[in-house]
Design a protein around this ligand. Structure first.
Ligand SMILES: Nc1ncnc2c1ncn2[C@@H]1O[C@H](COP(=O)(O)OP(=O)(O)OP(=O)(O)O)[C@@H](O)[C@H]1O
Ligand SMILES: [Mg+2]
Length: 289
């Protein structure tokens, strides 16, 4: 009997416990305890795998859904043009432009997905260097000039700084973070709204970049899921602005990869503030900068 228990024990717990302790009647107790633990561990693993599987299914479903709309638009215009019925050069050009918009939208979604996948699989590498965060913010302001004019939004820096502020991070990625956050503040802002960027010195070597708007705000119940990929506050049907819900997921991935923190505070009809930390350069190498 004892030998059979020992055999059984060995076959289940190959490396965990020495069989030399299986000598007395306590053997069965030990075996039972370890089997129970094994059972609960396996159940947890199965639960985990099921969750991952559901997550994967939902993710693929979301991708298919997001790609369908621009694909159908492109297909529709191309079929109409191929039909040959449209001969007016102006209308042909208009249809081609709409086709191009659809292609741009597809490219945008695929690029975002590509970046998220790279971060999630750990392939995305950061290019950490020192740079002046004030210039990065300025570049974002310049990039968005047309959009802010079109939406009647004022984009300002809360306080002017005379000296550069050198941080240690991946400049291109941080620029994307600021761009995504400011673009959201424009998209979900009110007419004649204001988006402000503030910089707070919070610890000896940390600053907090705050992007605040007086837009339509976000209800509290959405905040815990806001950074999930494809998460949008409004359902697709009553959405005016066409986003995929990937922007904030990218922002979170970039900040996490930097080991920095991101925060959100928002109140419906008052506005939102997204803020994230960055690490200051202790003694900037001004020759390289
Ligand atoms: N500043 C903001 N004010 C109000 N709502 C916001 C703001 N920023 C984000 N949101 C809400 O959070 C949701 C998720 O934002 P996210 O940037 O991830 O996606 P998106 O803007 O819809 O699409 P994408 O950024 O991929 O084009 C948005 O759909 C919007 O409802
Ligand atoms: Mg967005």
């Amino acid at each position: 009997m004892r030998n059979r228990i020992r055999e059984l024990y060995n076959s289940i717990f190959t490396s965990t416990t020495s069989t030399s302790i299986l000598k007395t009647n306590q053997d069965i107790d030990l075996l039972m305890r370890n089997l129970k633990k094994l059972n609960s561990d396996k159940n947890l693993q199965i639960e985990d795998l099921k969750n991952q599987e559901n997550f994967r299914k939902e993710f693929i479903g979301n991708i298919a859904h997001e790609l369908k709309t621009p694909l159908f638009t492109i297909q529709g215009f191309i079929l109409t043009l191929l039909d040959g019925g449209v001969t007016d050069q102006k209308i042909i050009k208009k249809y081609l432009k709409k086709t191009l918009n659809g292609v741009d939208r597809l490219t945008y979604i695929v690029n975002d997905l590509d970046l998220i996948t790279k971060f999630e699989s750990g392939i995305a590498k950061l290019d950490i260097r020192q740079f002046n965060i004030l210039s990065t913010i300025n570049e974002v302001f310049e990039m968005l000039e047309v959009q802010t004019d079109k939406n009647n939004i004022t984009l300002t820096l809360k306080k002017k700084f005379e000296e550069p502020i050198y941080v240690l991070a991946d400049e291109e990625r941080i620029q994307q973070v600021i761009l995504n956050l400011v673009m959201n503040s424009i998209k979900y802002g009110v007419n004649r709204g204001i988006t402000e960027i503030g910089i707070d010195f919070i610890e000896q070597n940390k600053i907090l970049i705050r992007i605040s708007d007086n837009g339509k705000g976000i209800d509290k119940k959405h905040l815990p899921r806001l950074f999930e990929r494809f998460y949008r506050v409004e359902s697709a049907r009553n959405r005016k602005q066409g986003g995929s819900g990937l922007g904030l997921s990218i922002v979170k991935h970039i900040i996490d990869a930097h080991n920095e923190k991101i925060f959100v505070e928002s109140e419906p009809n008052v506005g939102s503030e997204f803020s994230f930390s960055l690490t200051l350069v202790e003694s900037p190498n001004l020759v390289e900068a």
